[in-house]
Write a protein that binds this ligand. Structure first.
Ligand SMILES: C[S@@+](CC[C@H](N)C(=O)[O-])C[C@H]1O[C@@H](n2cnc3c(N)ncnc32)[C@H](O)[C@@H]1O
Length: 516
């Protein structure tokens, strides 16, 4: 079990635990049961995979109660042939959500990757995939609270896949608008399809108790505190509570518009120039998307490029560029931009975006230099790349823990560990030193990370100073529309609790420097 997940030590009073004796099959224990990693289900130790008897044969049929309460559309066949054993009872939404959440907790696999890799997602339609994404994200967002709700009803820790089924059930009962009987029934069916039939009775009994308790199950719980792993809560200091409260809400869709473009219908303009639409809006369906009138970019993510203040004709490198939101801002300001990206798949996305926005340049090559208002792309390590001649400015949106994006990517809360920070900050310092060496004297650098961790923000700004970069603080005038984000040092610090009444924003740190 990943660190930071709710454990037995969090037990609270009240409720009645379901004892082992109430489980339908006698004696299911964690010991004696083993994961079949390939099939992603629990098997009795010694049972051969593919043997239909492996824990009730990954029972295909849902029980009568589950059928009666089924909220999901059945029979899409998405589970067929996936090893989930789904047949008549196929429920792609919950199957995919199960794969995603288990992938996050067991393998530290990102939510989006889990969605792509879920066998149940193959052939599932867009609506099921979107519903699964929302369900999995809700589980991950509310996992600490859901774990605490389950606590009084569990005498001992169930195997992780069973816990995942229970969390999916609790999320539906308490945080989504699923009727309780459907949430219970579909969870029991999910357990059966996943080879967890011996635990179906436990799932049924526990979730019935949760649904009987209803919202009262949340009474007295400090939900914001519970839903953030303790190491992050401590690291965020005074920001922890406002950030945690904002993490419980789905993030809206933010767009940056090309100069002169019309905002899509329903879009609300924010002070920084971002246009905001409700969470769940599908960007590709908006009028103007295909024509390149706008691109997806959180209100806070739009700030670092804006604060670099690119001027027409300047030669600028965007060092970690994909998917290209900041690159597009720089190019549309009239700069000759070179965008460097290391990952081929992400570079392909960057190029696609630049094509759609009409910003793709011709000079694609190892030492490519962008033309004015156009972008040259370089596939490679930005720490090793050097321009033909010194640059006017560099934007370094460095790879980081991404904890500032936890509203959109709640998986980061459970995937990242404190020990990941050392490698990340080492990489950030390498890129900072490279950025310094690319600049002409007096040239500007904006360093940015979508992280809330002090190691990746203020501590890196100090490291940059120690490398000889001269601080060039942001001014109150530049941040007049968001004064609370300007720190006494002249850095930018945004977090999800800012502009809370308008829907919040991602957590970003940025600092500006000049080469001496
Ligand atoms: C935070 S994202 C950048 C987001 C982008 N600036 C935007 O606004 O759309 C970091 C990107 O840097 C890339 N990356 C990481 N290390 C890199 C390196 N050493 N050289 C070039 N790109 C790198 C990652 O693949 C990832 O696409």
């Amino acid at each position: 079990m990943p660190r930071g997940m709710p454990r037995g030590g969090w037990r609270r009073g009240g409720g009645r635990a379901i004892s082992t004796g109430e489980w339908r099959r006698p004696g299911p224990r964690v010991a004696g049961w083993t994961r079949d990693r390939q099939a992603g289900r629990i098997m009795k130790q010694g049972a051969a995979r593919g043997n239909g008897k492996a824990v009730a044969g990954a029972a295909a049929g849902a029980d009568a109660g589950a059928r009666a309460g089924r909220g999901a559309r059945a029979g899409s066949g998405a589970g067929a042939g996936t090893g989930t054993g789904a047949g008549a009872g196929a429920d792609p939404t919950r199957d995919i959500a199960f794969d995603i959440v288990l992938g996050v907790l067991e393998h530290r696999r990102m939510l989006e990757t889990g969605l792509e890799q879920s066998p149940a997602a193959r052939g599932a339609d867009a609506r099921d995939r979107a519903a699964a994404h929302r369900l999995a994200a809700t589980v991950l967002r509310r996992m600490g609270t859901a774990g605490m709700v389950l606590e009084p009803f569990l005498k001992k820790e169930p195997p992780l896949p069973v816990r995942v089924v229970l969390l999916i059930g609790v999320a539906q009962i308490l945080f989504l608008d699923t009727p309780a009987h459907a949430a219970v029934g579909t969870s029991v069916s999910l357990a059966r399809r996943r080879g967890l039939a011996p635990f179906a009775g436990l799932v049924n009994a526990v979730l019935r108790r949760v649904s009987q308790a209803g919202p009262a199950a949340l009474d007295g719980l400090d939900q914001a505190r519970l839903d953030v792993p303790p190491w992050l809560w401590s690291a965020w200091g005074d920001l922890a509570r406002p950030v945690a409260e904002a993490l419980g809400r789905e993030a809206p869709l933010d767009l940056t518009l090309r100069p002169g473009a019309e905002p899509p219908p329903g879009g609300v303009g924010l002070p920084g120039g971002t246009v905001r639409l409700p969470a769940g809006t599908r960007v590709a369906e908006l009028p103007g998307y295909a024509e390149g009138a706008f691109w997806v970019q959180d209100a806070a993510a739009a700030l670092p490029a804006r604060l670099l203040a690119a001027r027409p004709g300047e030669r600028i490198a965007d060092l970690c560029a994909a998917p290209g939101g900041k690159t597009a801002q720089l190019a549309l300001a009239g700069a000759a931009v070179t965008a460097i990206e290391r990952e081929p798949g992400r570079m392909a996305r960057l190029r696609e975006n630049l094509e759609r926005l009409g910003l793709a340049g011709q000079g694609v090559g190892e030492q490519g230099a962008g033309e004015m208002g156009r972008v040259a792309t370089v596939l490679g390590d930005a720490a090793a790349w050097r321009p033909e001649s010194p640059l006017d400015a560099v934007l370094l949106d460095a790879p980081c823990s991404a904890t500032g994006t936890a509203r959109r990517h709640p998986d980061v809360l459970w995937i990242k560990r404190p020990r990941d920070l050392a490698a990340l900050t080492e990489g950030q310092d390498r890129l900072l030193a490279a950025a310094r060496d690319m600049l002409r004297p007096g040239g500007r650098l904006v360093y940015a990370v979508c992280s809330l961790q002090p190691e990746e923000g203020p501590q890196r700004a100090r490291a940059a100073e120690a490398m000889g970069l001269r601080p060039d603080p942001f001014t109150p005038e530049e941040l007049a529309f968001l004064p609370e984000a300007l720190t006494p040092e002249g850095w930018l610090r945004t977090h999800p609790g800012m502009w809370a009444e308008q829907g919040g924003m991602d957590g970003f740190f940025a600092a500006r420097f000049r080469r001496a």
